[in-house]
Design a protein around this ligand. Structure first.
Ligand code: DHB
Length: 395
């Protein structure tokens, strides 16, 4: 027989979505237990995207989850679009009075894990054999073996699946009760970290005939860059010299030269768009990547997860004390409205900037025309700025 823990909300997944939710719930006086199959160390070492929307920053700061984001995160008041031989700035501050912050997801995770520990949150990393049960009743449960090898059961009033893009909770919804929307792309990103000074103050989204490249930053001495590649690429086939030559060629076509340094990490990131609807089944709800995945262009993944759990915490603060699971439908409705806007935006940024494998010269020139139309129009630039910084006020 497993050891049984009773709580109000059981959360599967201790990444940023699961930890932020349990933090927000505690502020509303609601208890939760969080479990994750990964160790804290494994989550900390995963390289993920680095851009936080305006409201994501506000949520982290106002809830007391992170002060560091204000001191150590760099404020970005715009991005550059490089194409057709030149560079063009999109001025977020001037167009929509908003900004983003460069603060990598791993730092968000560290802050949240520290705050949960400080506040006595029940978070169990490094568990195995996770399974969810009784989600169609009002006492759903998660069973697992803890890091010490002891069988455990957490029984709750609501179960939250925040267990990422390979979610087991998502699969616990019977096929007849869910719709999955799915799209694959014929390219991926080759991502590197390199020890070099920044090549630019802001992010450069670079369109070229050889394919897309993105120049981002991490610190004064560590940089993050990506370039479009074939999904079957083996990162070990690429020497440092070959990577730099490819990046430089793509950037130099728009008059930009990168500062090089030793490459300390390399990986290939898959591209897909995915949504599972509804985001509620019985006493279980899905949040973050468990419910939806976006391609990385525009860095919406973490921001959507933060937006999901902000709405979810608000709904649970009413549903849990009232014992009214019917209120969970409000979560699905409010979250999906934003999810589909972000799906559209991520798809649009992706297809605007990437070279399809069979692209004709017409396709490439048409993309340049679209980019030129965008940067020369205040309406077009404002659309991009608003979506990139995040639609305000939960809209
Ligand atoms: C980063 C990743 C993105 O997908 C993006 O659009 C911008 C920045 C990053 O890792 O820094």
């Amino acid at each position: 027989m497993p050891d049984v823990t009773r709580t109000q909300v059981a959360v599967v997944g201790g990444g940023p979505a699961g930890l932020l939710l349990s933090h927000l719930l505690q502020r509303s006086g609601i208890d939760s237990v969080v479990v994750d199959i990964r160790t804290r160390r494994e989550i900390e070492e995963a390289h993920r995207a680095g851009i936080l929307e305006h409201d994501s920053v506000r949520t982290l700061v106002d809830s007391g989850a992170s002060e560091r984001v204000m001191h150590e995160g760099a404020q970005h008041d715009g991005i550059e679009l490089a194409f057709g031989g030149g560079r063009h700035r999109i001025d977020f501050a001037g167009l929509v009075g908003a900004s983003t912050r460069l603060y990598p997801q791993t730092e968000v995770f560290v802050d949240l894990a520290d705050v949960r520990e400080r506040d006595g949150g029940d978070v169990r990393f490094g568990v195995t054999d996770v399974s969810v049960h009784d989600v169609e009743t009002d006492t759903p449960a998660v069973r697992f073996t803890d890091a010490q090898g002891v069988a455990q059961e957490v029984r709750a009033g609501v179960l939250v699946g925040a267990d990422g893009s390979r979610s087991a909770c998502r699969r616990a919804v019977p096929e007849a009760h869910r719709t999955q929307y799915f799209r694959e792309y014929p390219y991926a990103w080759f991502g590197i970290l390199c020890e070099a000074p920044p090549s630019a103050e802001e992010l450069i989204y670079n369109h070229s005939e050889r394919g897309f490249a993105l120049i981002s930053q991490r610190t004064e001495s560590l940089q993050r860059m990506y370039f479009q590649c074939d999904p079957d690429t083996d990162p070990e086939d690429w020497s440092d010299d070959r990577i730099w030559e490819e990046l430089q060629t793509r950037l130099q076509s728009n008059g930009c030269t990168l500062r090089e340094g030793p490459i300390t990490s390399r990986s290939v990131l898959p591209f897909r768009s995915f949504v599972q609807e509804p985001m509620r089944h019985g006493a279980m709800v899905l949040a973050g990547d468990a419910a939806h995945t976006v391609p990385p262009t525009g860095a919406k993944g973490l921001n959507l997860a933060i937006a999901d759990v902000t709405v979810l915490a608000d709904v649970l603060a009413r549903a849990v004390p009232a014992g009214d699971l019917g209120l969970l439908d409000e979560y699905t409705e409010r979250a999906l409205a934003r999810v589909w806007k972000a799906q559209y935006f991520s798809y649009w940024m992706t297809t605007l900037l990437h070279r399809p494998p069979e692209a004709s010269p017409f396709d490439v020139r048409r993309q340049q025309g679209e980019l030129a139309a965008l940067v020369s129009s205040e309406a077009g630039s404002t659309f991009l700025a608003e979506a990139y910084c995040g639609w305000p006020g939960g809209r």
